[in-house]
Design a protein around this ligand. Structure first.
Ligand code: DHB
Ligand code: MG
Length: 628
């Protein structure tokens, strides 16, 4: 499969774009004239620069307002086209995109458009060029790929074909299966884009909110299945107009784009196995069976605060690494590693970010398969030198320069706790915390799509609808991603303002990182009591929260009193119930949460978030921390 991306999709000057597109592994690109008008090089030199990067110019675009014009305007449009053909020859581009006209004087008429395009195709063919006709969703007379195809069909010229663009078809809710009746060899080019479902003017939506396939809400997989069913074997090209991407990291956005195309074709193949998809076989989305461990990087000065917090939640120091300054704190199936090594990855993470989560271990069926899928989807492998008796545990890079390790039973990686660690024999309390409920990662708002794509493309984890959380000092967006059984959950919180709690954390931790860890309790009241007995200090929730709760849920006084006693927040989802309370943040701003889900509750207590944030901010102000 040949992959391509439009230069408008990413930030930077032309040279930065080319470097990023090539590094991400694309075969070619669509070039927008504006992109090289700003460059000092001539079109011929630009063409050479592109080829020097190992890239092919797959499409020159767009040529606007061509078809259906009256008299002198028509003649001028042909002149304009000839001028562009000259330019294409210089660039080394042989396919031009003509988008359906929005010209106020365009006359309309299927046959008139077909005649104009056929005549231009003749001129193009003489120069060895081809034309593709695309229906813009807001085209004046042609705004539907079915009409564009009818025009191409009637024009009946071998140098004229159809260009499909998933955004234009899907934004108008045109059934993608109508593509299945178009012959694949008459489709000259396919552009792909997704978009979040928002009710808005089509042109504005298209020019500002497109995103990578899989990042939005449009049925791009169904669209692509229909395209594949036609036998189309040309390039798959991303054409993403997105304000955020234009200001983002060229290499990051290009990598996301490449990842999105591989994931898209993987989904097409799985949804419709009879389709010929030119993509090497890769393992299916990886089922995650839970969090095997969470590793903190810290130093001997930072460890005691963390270890005290763990002990107060009922964790005990279970075992010590045989070679390294790493201890395992355990309760039930929850393992939290405290790494105070003075060399290696954890130490460099600590130097960059302070005490924080540097590594997350996920339990999977087959670690080798996991890495195979992750690398096929452009993830970066991670490894570091091993000491004696240490096991090779596969890993990739994750959020904020942290690491994801994969542990399985199949290849015996779960023996690591016995092989690399020595038990302390410390007594084993049980405060009822039995597994990791979710990890909350905080990041800049502009990183959210990228990490959502990362988790949902590699793992069998799906995103839930995005929520807005009102921090008194700005909005925080929250995107939950969860395995189908809800057993593994990650929330991504995107901060737009540094005045928000999330934004302050981001600044303090020097980048994206785990901001809180939620642990599941079998009985939250019992856990709260046991923890209080061990010296745990909860985040105090003000009385007005409980007055509000009484009004909202009609809970009886005894229940309200119990919730208030332990600073537990409450939320319902139909009949399902959710209970949660928080610890006070550690020095770096990270905190723990204890939750109990009853009756299949699937959320995260969004209605309580403003209270939690306000309480945290009050606490930080009281401590006179600079963030407050
Ligand atoms: O927004 C536009 O004008 C525009 C131009 C060319 C395209 O291929 C397209 O999909 C949109
Ligand atoms: Mg397009």
């Amino acid at each position: 499969m040949k992959t391509s991306i439009a230069t408008v999709s990413i930030a930077g000057n032309l040279r930065e774009k080319l470097a990023a597109i090539a590094a991400a592994g694309f075969d070619g690109l669509e070039i927008f004239e504006q992109d090289f008008l700003q460059d000092a090089a001539s079109p011929r030199e630009v063409g050479q620069m592109i080829r020097d990067h190992g890239l092919q110019v797959m499409l020159f675009q767009p040529f606007r307002d061509f078809e259906g014009l009256p008299g002198p305007l028509r003649a001028r449009a042909f002149d304009r086209a000839r001028h562009k053909f000259d330019l294409m020859a210089e660039l080394g581009a042989d396919l031009m995109l003509i988008c359906s006209s929005v010209h106020p004087q365009a006359l309309g008429g299927i046959d008139r458009a077909a005649d104009d395009l056929a005549e231009l195709a003749g001129i193009a063919a003489d120069r060895g060029l081809r034309l593709g006709y695309e229906a813009l969703a807001w085209g004046r007379h042609v705004n539907d790929h079915r009409d564009a195809w009818e025009i191409v069909r009637r024009a009946d010229h071998p140098a004229l074909g159809l260009i499909l663009d998933s955004f234009h078809s899907l934004s108008r809710r045109i059934d993608p299966d109508t593509i299945r009746r178009i012959p694949g060899d008459r489709i000259f080019f396919v552009q792909l884009a997704d978009a979040p479902q928002i009710d808005m003017d089509l042109l504005y939506w298209s020019r500002h909110f497109r995103n990578m396939p899989g990042e939005g809400d449009l049925p791009v997989v169904d669209f692509m299945r229909a395209v594949a069913a036609t036998g189309y074997a040309g390039p798959l090209s991303l054409e993403i107009f997105n304000d955020q991407f234009r200001g983002g990291s060229p290499t990051g956005i290009a990598r996301d784009g490449h990842r999105s195309l591989i994931w898209l074709m993987d989904q097409v193949r799985r949804a419709e196995p009879s389709l010929a998809v030119d993509l090497p076989a890769i393992p299916a989305n990886i089922a995650v069976r839970g969090v095997e461990f969470i590793e903190f990087a810290t130093d001997p000065a930072g460890a005691p605060e963390l270890e005290t917090a763990l002990a107060r939640m009922g964790f005990h120091r279970d075992s010590l690494h045989r070679n390294k300054a790493v201890s395992v704190w355990r309760q039930g199936a929850v393992r939290i590693l405290v790494n105070t090594e003075q060399t290696g990855f954890a130490h460099s993470f600590f130097l960059n970010h302070g005490t924080g989560v540097c590594d997350i271990g996920l339990r999977v069926e087959d670690a080798a398969n996991t890495v195979a899928r992750a690398t096929a989807l452009d993830a970066t492998l991670f490894s570091q030198p091993l000491g004696p008796q240490e096991m090779t545990i596969p890993a990739i890079r994750g959020v904020g320069g942290s690491i994801l390790h994969f542990i399985d039973e199949k290849s015996g990686l779960d023996a690591v706790w016995k092989v690399e660690f020595q038990p302390t024999g410390a007594p084993e309390p049980d405060f009822g915390l039995f597994r990791v409920d979710h990890l909350a990662e905080t990041m800049g708002y502009d990183e959210m799509l990228s990490w959502t794509l990362f988790y949902s493309a590699i793992f069998d984890m799906q995103r839930r609808p995005m929520l807005d959380v009102a921090d008194p000092d700005g909005l925080v967006r929250s995107q939950a991603i969860a395995s189908p059984d809800g057993g593994t959950r990650i929330t991504l919180n995107g901060a737009q303002s540094h005045r928000t709690l999330a934004g302050g954390f981001l600044a303090d931790s020097m980048g994206s990182a785990v901001q809180h860890i939620a642990l599941a309790s079998r009985d939250i009241f019992a856990s709260a009591e046991a923890m209080a007995g061990a010296g745990f200090e909860p985040l105090e929730i003000p009385d007005n929260y409980y007055d509000d709760l009484r009004a909202r849920h009609g809970l009886d006084e005894a229940t309200i009193a119990r919730l208030r006693r332990w600073n537990i927040l409450y939320e319902t989802e139909g009949e399902a119930e959710f209970f949660q309370f928080y610890g006070r943040p550690l020095a770096g701003g990270l905190f723990f949460e204890i939750v109990e889900r009853r009756g299949g509750y699937d959320g995260y207590g969004a209605s309580n978030a403003p209270f939690r944030i306000a309480a945290l901010k009050r606490l930080l102000r009281a401590k006179d921390m600079p963030r407050a």
